[in-house]
Write a protein that binds this ligand. Sequence first.
Ligand SMILES: [Zn+2]
Length: 462
Amino acid sequence: MSEKHSKLTFYGGTGIVTGANFLLEIDGENGKSLRILVDCGFVQGGSDSHTLNAKAFPYEPNSIDILFVTHAHLDHVGKIPKLVKDGFKGIIYSTRTTRELAQVIMEDSARLLLKDAGNNPKKVIYNEEDILSAMRLWKDIPYHTKTDIGFGVSVYLKDAGHILGSAMYEFSRSGRNIVFTGDLGNSPDLLLPDTEKITDANYLLMESVYGDRNHESKEDRKQKFVQIVKDNIARKGVLVIPAFSLERTQIVLYELDEMVEQKLIPSIPVFLDSPMAIRVTEIYRKEMPNGFNDTIKKDIESGDDIFSFPNLKYTLTTDESKAILGSPNPKIIIAGSGMSNGGRVIHHEKNYLPDPNNTLLMMGYEAVGTLGRTLMDGAKSVNIYGENVAVRAKVANIQGYSAHKDSDHLIEFVEDTKDTVEKVFCVMGEPKSSLFLVQRLRDYVGVNAMMPKLGESFDLNF
Ligand SMILES: [Zn+2]
């Protein structure tokens, strides 16, 4: 077979955590090429994110053959309905769980877009109809099954251990392999199996959110969480946890369930105040025990419902949500969004931040430009819905619950394939994180690593 070439272009998610969008053009016979996208996500955080998300694609959507989706987070799926609206007619592939979760995430996104557009349906980036059109193109692809996609190329999915359904995509042709990691899980994870190893990549496109730092230890994070809950109970305060609906919420519920079961804390009212998190949790329940790690599988088999415990209330309606304010303290409120850039958590922040007995606990990545990041950076007052709100509550943050690998574990991940890898593209991180990882990979692993520029293309021997 004559030597073939492919071109990889970074249309999003480089030099930035969010907005993942990569185009792989694979040369075939007779001048034809297979045009593959991996992920099509929203940019999140920053004053220009809406403008960026509304912008036309830098390629013709109807020229794309297949879109592969690594996992259901908004920064990987947010722009899919727009892709379809703008002419994409190919196939969308992901695991079944990712497809189901992505629909929930995109529908929530459509609601927020409509709200942001002042309820003017003519001004939205996409609507529910566009999501349904996308769902009609969507096909499931299982883990650990080689699937031919034409041009002599096959794809194989491995578990990324990041959120339920998350997958790494390994494309192979003539013994050459390109791997797209999507986001990589912080294994060992409380709920999920470990990230699988990659040992034979020639090209590796990997995330680098925490490329420049390590997480606190997993023992420390639980202790810290228990202590924050206990202190808050002692002050009869309200503990507000802005939680990502997908994965973080389920982890927090699992930890609280365990704390009560292990009698580390008394049972106090816990409100899951996020319609989206409630829907996502239902999908987690439905998938059980598929996709969970062995410990959880045993828990489930022994009859433990890991997402429900006495005193946990799912508040679906607006009225139920508003009633939380009148319920007695101490209490815990878990609400979205995780970066406090939308959702019900903002109302709770407005209500509870001025009281020093309360605690705001952040447990994940807060993008630059979001209210969550401003609070995390120590603001003494914030503007919420045009009102100046004093921040007297304790603001805590536990980063050990991140769903991403930290710097040491990213290095370890690459070490498994250092003998075969010719180029590592460090993406999906802020520049300082990606560049720090690039340097560490060059110095400690001895591989050719780099951070591509937005819009930059590379010819690959594939
Ligand atoms: Zn993710």
